[in-house]
Design a protein. Structure first.
Length: 142
């Protein structure tokens, strides 16, 4: 088990960045235990968070190769660019928005409406609500 300490400063210049750094880290590991404390030093107030974690185990399942035709590959590439841009703006890992498997399914099925997007296997209602309009806009550009 490993340990990492984060300090989340509360001032407007640092709070979002500190949280984004911690969130990115949490997305990349398997959290076992956390402990938080509010710290007041007289000049700076912050949350101190201790994270006990293990490295994520790689999936030992063999990777399935999915064939995409030329159009599907172009759509998949455009969706990845959209996802990466959005993730960068939010300070998130791109896979926090959706996984490559979701984008491949969308590229293959090529839904043309929110209702059709809802039918894409494992994409989910929450992702459809949050990102559906953007995804349909990307798809409609083809």
């Amino acid at each position: 088990m490993n340990i990492k300490v984060f300090n989340i400063r509360l001032d407007k210049d640092n709070c979002d960045n500190d949280q984004n750094l911690m969130n990115a880290f949490l997305d990349s590991v398997e959290v076992k235990l956390t402990s938080t404390n509010f710290v007041t030093t007289g000049t700076v107030d912050f949350w101190s968070a201790v994270v006990f974690y293990d490295l994520k185990k790689s999936d030992s399942k063999p990777t399935e190769v999915i064939e995409l035709n030329e159009k599907e590959n172009a759509i998949f590439t455009a969706l990845k660019l959209w996802r990466n841009d959005l993730a960068q703006k939010k300070g998130w890992s791109s896979f926090r928005i959706c996984h490559n498997s979701h984008l491949i399914s969308i590229a293959k099925e090529n839904p043309q409406s929110i209702e059709e997007l809802r039918k894409v296997k494992s994409f989910g209602e929450s992702r459809t609500i949050n990102y559906g309009e953007d995804i349909i806009a990307v798809l409609n550009s083809f």
